[in-house]
Design a protein around this ligand. Structure first.
Ligand code: SF4
Ligand code: SF4
Length: 453
């Protein structure tokens, strides 16, 4: 009998350990003695455990008869993931009407690119022909479009956006808009005319007024909080599903509670509002600032605040790639286990294509406008460079040599591919164990209570 190579056995207290099978998503809290025995059980499991304990540990995937049995279990899980991916009937498109932007945010990942290309009325129709062709090539039934940029809702892009909404409506494509929120008032009529096409509108707000304004300002350094929050009012009143994304780093995280209270007071009654916090990232080395940390650095401040600030519970952690998966596994109230992370992000694992007005197709939003990362062309006709595309899409925990046997791989998915391409070292491992252990430390009392009552 063998202990699963995916078993994480972590001491939560003097009396309890948590057992996590990172691959199957099984989680249990057990008494310390039992966990210690499990750690040493390859010597003689039949002697160490009762038959009932052995059966439970095998059912939960902590023990296997031999490596072949464990491999079979892994193959079953991977088949389930591939089936789910195959059955996904959507192709995901990020359409950038323009690469220009009216803001000059101090952490923007596009700030070094500075492209201003935009689609025109003469060529936006061709972009839609390419989307239809991609849908056909990839054999998908539906199209989901993220309207992205630059800033997609720039006033001078109104005629192009009118075309995009009209065409998407007639093709039954669904649109989610990712905007800085500044020009919503200018666009409100168009949005209202296309309500059935607009699935959601994500607006970024980084804190209460003074904090937001020192991070997200216009090109002439004017603060944007007041105009954006008035625009969020308009969207909510008009019934749009709004997502407020809040980018955090050490500059604003200490004011998260005050900010959450503000959101609660101003918009707490709206059921069409969702909020999420997202870490400012540094995947391309573009944010080498003391204020920008790693995902694991934010775990302690977030959960310290979660404990006593109820307003913060409205904010989900879905933008944290590792932490969100860890929380899903451990705080999951469903009977079914959560499937592992097989890939790190949309660039590596999904049918996700970014259609850019610089005539390129990309698969990672952080490289829009960076020609060397292009994976295809739109003009004169659609061309996908399958070799370049595969260099992104094949980066998953089954293919990356360093990740194949990694205990934490199924919590991670193999790390950011862009970071890997940009870095001189072979690996871009995000060390998910740091995030996991910090989370377990912060939530240990809650976890013991949840799993032992
Ligand atoms: S990136 Fe690191 S933690 Fe993630 S699977 Fe690879 S080796 Fe493991
Ligand atoms: S490869 Fe993925 S995680 Fe990395 S920057 Fe691109 S989208 Fe983000």
């Amino acid at each position: 009998m063998i202990v699963s190579k995916h078993l994480i056995n972590y001491q939560l207290s003097d009396t309890h350990h948590i057992l996590i099978n990172s691959l199957s998503g099984a989680v249990d809290v057990v008494e310390k003695d039992l966990a210690d025995k499990l750690h040493n059980c390859e010597r003689d499991p039949q002697v160490l455990f009762t038959q009932q304990e052995l059966t439970v540990f095998q059912e939960r995937g902590y023990l296997f008869d031999n490596t072949a049995e464990e491999k079979k279990a892994k193959d079953r899980i991977m088949q389930m993931i591939w089936k789910t991916m195959e059955e996904d009937e959507y192709i995901n498109i990020a359409l950038c009407p323009t690469l220009s932007c009216n803001f000059s945010c101090n952490y923007c990942f596009e700030k070094n690119v500075k492209k201003t290309d935009s689609f025109t009325l003469a060529n936006i129709g061709h972009a839609f022909s390419c989307i239809a062709e991609l849908k056909k090539i990839k054999n998908k039934k539906y199209v989901r479009i993220d309207l992205f940029g630059g800033e997609p809702l720039m006033p001078h892009m109104m005629p192009i956006n009118e075309y995009i909404f009209k065409k998407s409506g007639s093709e039954e494509y669904k649109i989610s808009i990712l905007t800085n929120g500044y020009n919503i008032d200018t666009y409100l009529n168009l949005l209202n005319q296309n309500k059935s096409t607009v699935e959601s509108i994500q607006v970024t707000l980084d804190g209460i007024a003074d904090i937001h304004d020192r991070r997200r300002y216009t090109k002439n350094e004017t603060g944007t909080f007041s105009k954006i929050t008035d625009n969020v009012d308009r969207l909510l009143l008009n019934g749009f599903k709004v997502i407020i994304r809040t980018n955090i780093d050490f500059d604003n995280i200490s004011k998260l509670e005050e900010y959450a209270e503000y959101i609660q007071k101003r918009w707490g009654n709206y059921t069409n509002l969702r909020c999420g916090i997202a870490p400012v990232t540094n995947y391309r080395g573009q944010n080498e600032k003391a204020t920008v940390g790693k995902e694991c650095d934010y775990v302690e401040p977030i959960f310290k605040s979660f404990d006593h600030c109820h307003a913060l519970h409205k904010f989900n952690l879905g933008f944290f790639r590792i932490l969100s998966h860890v929380v899903n596994i451990i705080e999951n109230d469903e009977k079914e286990n959560i499937l592992p992370r097989y890939y790190f992000c949309q660039a590596t694992g999904m049918e996700y294509y970014i259609i850019s007005p610089d005539n390129n197709i990309y698969c990672c939003p952080e490289v829009i406008g960076v020609e060397k990362y292009s994976v295809g062309k739109l003009f004169p006709k659609l061309h996908l460079d399958e070799h370049k595309l595969a260099s992104w899409r094949q980066r998953n925990i089954l293919n990356i040599p360093e990740c194949k046997d990694c205990l934490y791989g199924p919590l991670c998915g193999g790390g950011c591919s862009l970071q890997h391409f940009e870095s001189s070292s072979a690996n871009s491992c995000p060390n998910p164990q740091n995030t996991l252990f910090k989370y377990l430390e912060m939530r240990k009392d809650h976890i013991i209570k949840k799993y032992t009552v």
